[in-house]
Design a protein around this ligand. Structure first.
Ligand SMILES: Nc1ncnc2c1ncn2[C@@H]1O[C@H](COP(=O)(O)OP(=O)(O)OP(=O)(O)O)[C@@H](O)[C@H]1O
Length: 298
């Protein structure tokens, strides 16, 4: 069953079209990455999914039901974290969840389970004002999970986090999906970030989807670059260009590769020709380069 389905979804701010006919399909059990540059319409799409923006009938369906006619029922089964979590900074983590438990008539034992899950048990009696942004985000996710919804919608969950915060967030998303069966919809403007954790992706550009499918399908659609610096870049370029497209810049080689083991193939070519490698570094295309490929290669 599709957890989210949008049908030719359109949305305008005044006379400005922001979403231009979006057909999203998010299957149960997936970690779905919703990618797009700033201003492409991600937050607006999420607002439509949560019934916060007025849309035509049947254009936004969740769990097979129309958000226009079944909003309350649908929202009971969604946990969301949009921008920063709304928390009481002067209270500790436990008490924040306790208040929400009372509001939602959730049994108190759920608090301990969730604090364990989001790795905040040891900090549960600390005031939230003393939490790092990553800890606040994780407490926000615990709050969103209180009523055990099937779908979790996270808007840029790693924005502003330090590397440790990003690692914890990735781990949490994986656990929620694999061990607890949650379907997770994540918006982001970072390609490598969603590629790493998502099973499926959609890419939005100027209110239109330019790609939707499995993350592995996207990987096959675009090339990666390998940046290489050697003891003899000119000779290296001549050797490598027999097998790979290569550009010789002032101080390095930019080689277009596709397979994981291309780096090994290239190092063997150079090694056989007595060329030393000083640097060999993969670089993914950024979103702009990817858009260019997606819109010109098809
Ligand atoms: N309240 C509003 N009134 C008018 N235009 C708006 C409003 N909110 C957003 N927009 C415009 O709609 C477009 C899409 O915005 P949206 O916030 O959905 O994009 P986004 O992909 O989430 O970007 P970001 O990552 O920067 O939040 C942008 O051009 C934005 O300027």
């Amino acid at each position: 069953m599709n957890v989210i389905e949008t049908n030719s979804l359109v949305y305008t701010f005044g006379s400005k079209p922001v979403l231009n006919g979006i057909d999203l399909t998010v299957q149960r059990g997936s970690v779905f990455g919703f990618l797009g540059p700033n201003g492409s319409g991600k937050t607006t799409t999420i607002r439509t999914l949560l019934g916060l923006a007025h849309v035509p009938e049947k254009s936004v369906m969740l769990f097979g039901k129309d958000i226009r006619t079944h909003r309350i029922e649908i929202l009971k089964n969604i946990g969301s974290l949009i921008e920063y979590p709304a928390l009481y900074n002067h209270l500790n983590g436990y008490d924040n969840l306790h208040i929400l438990c009372n509001l939602t008539s959730t049994p108190k034992k759920r608090i301990k389970e969730l604090l364990d899950l989001v790795l905040l048990t040891d900090d549960s009696s600390k005031k939230v004002s003393k939490y790092s942004l990553g800890m606040k985000q994780r407490l926000g996710i615990a709050a969103a999970l209180l009523t055990d919804p099937d779908l979790l919608i996270l808007d840029e969950p790693t924005n502003g986090l330090d590397p440790a915060g990003i690692r914890d967030m990735r781990h949490l998303i994986k656990t929620l999906n694999q061990d607890f069966g949650k379907t997770i919809f994540i918006s982001s403007h970072l390609l490598y970030e969603v590629e790493m954790i998502c099973s499926h992706l959609a890419i939005l550009n100027e209110g239109k989807l330019v790609f939707q499918g499995k993350a592995s399908e996207l990987r096959n659609k675009y090339a990666k670059l390998l940046l290489v610096d050697t003891s003899d870049n000119k000779k290296s370029a001549e050797l490598i260009e027999q097998q790979y497209p290569v550009k010789l810049t002032e101080d390095l080689l930019e080689i277009v590769v596709k397979e994981e083991n291309d780096a090994a193939v290239i190092s063997r070519i150079l090694f056989r020709n007595d060329i030393d490698i000083y640097r060999l570094e993969p670089r993914s295309q950024n979103l702009e380069e990817l858009f260019f490929n997606l819109t010109t290669n098809d």
